[in-house]
Design a protein around this ligand. Structure first.
Ligand code: SAM
Length: 321
């Protein structure tokens, strides 16, 4: 008799009031800013998937090739029947490259984009009927705790997609330290980190010719208009992204095309022409810089894999010494 897929759902999605409060706060701030976590409503998640398929966006295919190539070694490092935890799991596409090799005791995808997460979890459970799936809708910028913890020999946290680059470096250290306590003393971290490289490659990756990244960035304004009943015209803003060499990060902005006013819940925000809202930073690290950062958070490097063109790195860390 074949086993029925087992999938469990945990909903700790932040309340709508947080979105409102953070948008108002960010628009009052100078320079204006809104956290990238708000990109990810269902449409935002779909657009992110479409970005991954653009010719210019090398990180996804490069990281997938590294995972495919080194899955056996990764299994050797973590051993059998680990508890596999994936914050920011999105479509759970990359984890499929590990499941058959790792044979984890359970898979815990965690994401802020609830419907998208639940659909992805259902799909994984259908495809891997032997696997217990626990899908948790959470905001991982808040202290992360596991909703449920089935018994396992060890925990492996899988954090692909260079999502660590979206944290300011000091916040990345705090987040990684939090992951050490989630993983526990015997735990490990498998993390994908985008490398510093020729700015022309980075600028192309965040400004694809088909305009998918632009649509992803502008979707934030559509979401604000729809969910916060804002008076604003997304058509009066344009996407812009560039590599800031001094800070080692790609910055993504929404640029006001003219002097204009936005209104949210009776509050007015006056924009000058060319004034921007900073919507995302994607920090890039050399292998050594990232090992130092993770080391300060309490992780010890065990293995690093990079592709032949030095575009992307995949790190395996253990907690502690
Ligand atoms: C850059 S995408 C990476 C997706 C996938 N891990 C990959 O490698 O292709 C970031 C993912 O993290 C999720 N995410 C972003 N901010 C989050 C937050 N604060 N808490 C939980 N999930 C978040 C998004 O919904 C999205 O699925």
């Amino acid at each position: 008799m074949s086993k029925m897929p087992a999938v469990y759902y945990y909903d700790e999605h932040p309340p709508e009031a947080d979105f409102y409060a953070e948008v108002i706060d960010g628009l009052k701030h100078r320079p204006r800013r809104i956290s990238p976590k708000f990109f990810y409503d269902e449409r935002g998640s779909e657009l992110f998937d479409a970005i991954c398929r653009t010719e210019e966006y090398y990180p996804t295919r490069t990281e997938q090739a590294l995972l495919q190539q080194h899955a056996g070694e990764i299994a050797g490092l973590i051993g059998e029947r680990c508890l596999l935890i994936e914050p920011g799991s999105g479509n759970s596409e990359k984890v499929r490259l590990l499941l058959d090799v790792l044979h984890p005791s359970a898979y815990l995808p965690m994401d802020i984009s609830r419907d998208f997460l639940y659909q992805a979890a259902d799909q994984v459970a259908q495809e891997y009927p032997w696997l217990e799936v626990h899908a948790a809708c959470v905001d991982f910028t808040a202290p992360l705790s596991l909703p449920y913890c089935p018994p396992a020999t060890r925990k492996l946290i899988f954090f692909p997609g260079s999502s660590i680059g979206n944290f300011e470096p000091e916040q990345a250290e705090v987040f990684l330290r939090n992951l050490t306590s989630v993983a526990g003393a015997q735990g490990s971290l498998l993390i994908g980190v985008d490398l510093k490289k020729d700015p022309a490659i980075l600028n192309a990756a965040y400004n694809d010719r088909a305009g998918v990244t632009a649509a992803f960035n502008l979707n934030l304004l559509h979401r604000i208009r729809r969910e916060l009943d804002a008076e604003l015209d997304p058509g009066l803003f344009e996407h812009d992204a560039w590599y800031n060499d001094t800070l080692g990060r790609v910055e993504m902005h929404l640029v006001s095309q003219q002097a204009q006013q936005l209104k949210i819940d009776g509050q007015l925000f006056e924009f000058d022409k060319d004034e921007t809202i900073h919507t995302e930073s994607s920090y890039k690290y050399t292998v050594e810089e990232f090992i130092d950062l993770a080391g300060r958070a309490g992780f010890t490097s065990r293995q690093v894999w990079t592709d032949p063109d030095n575009l992307f790195s995949l790190h395996y860390f253990d907690v502690g010494d």
